[in-house]
Design a protein around this ligand. Structure first.
Ligand code: 4NP
Length: 168
């Protein structure tokens, strides 16, 4: 890496859902692999958090880990609650549904912070008709498959949007 790249500010992404054990840790794991594949590890950082705090410290739900393994992902981040300081730490705060959006927005203290909150579905390419990433927690395995399909699609779209915005 040359000195100009070293001085570049990192682009920080935070994925947020209700429990941080199904959708957002999967989004984090998928995006990390995309970032690695594109050799952007020194530029893009990825994390995830929840609005509820119900599962703080837990690994992702076993059903999500099993489905992730089947696609070659390692979903192993531990759940943590979204905090107001995340607005300062992250450039994109990417939520899965309207409830997540409203919960995160209620903690924002400026219009600049609100602008950082984005719906994951904004970045869908193949599945653009989906308006939220459905909560799979109380459903069967097909719900987890759908979530992974949507997150793979949206994360590819998100990377393209970031590449364009930051001329990467
Ligand atoms: P997530 O799914 O928000 O995608 O992590 C959920 C996880 C746990 C619960 C609900 C949704 N729960 O009710 O405990």
């Amino acid at each position: 890496m040359n000195s100009i790249q070293t001085e570049k500010k990192k682009i920080r992404l935070l994925f947020v859902c209700l429990g941080n054990i199904c959708r957002s840790p999967a989004a984090e794991g998928i995006m990390k692999r995309i970032v690695d594949k594109n050799e952007l590890q020194d530029i893009i950082e990825v994390d995830s958090a929840c609005t509820s705090g119900w599962h703080e410290g837990d690994l992702p739900d076993e059903r999500m880990r099993v489905q992730g393994d089947a696609r070659g992902y390692d979903f192993s981040s531990k759940a943590r609650k979204f905090r107001k300081t995340d607005f300062d730490q992250f450039d994109y705060i990417i939520v899965m549904d309207d409830d997540n959006y409203n919960n995160v927005k209620s903690l924002a203290s400026s219009s600049e912070q609100v602008k950082k909150i984005r719906m994951m579905t904004e970045f869908l390419v193949q599945n653009a008709h989906h308006k939220y990433i459905p909560d799979p927690y109380y459903g069967d395995s097909s719900g987890f498959e759908l979530v992974l399909d949507l997150l793979e699609d949206a994360n590819e779209g998100l990377l393209q949007a970031i590449k364009k915005k930051y001329s990467l």
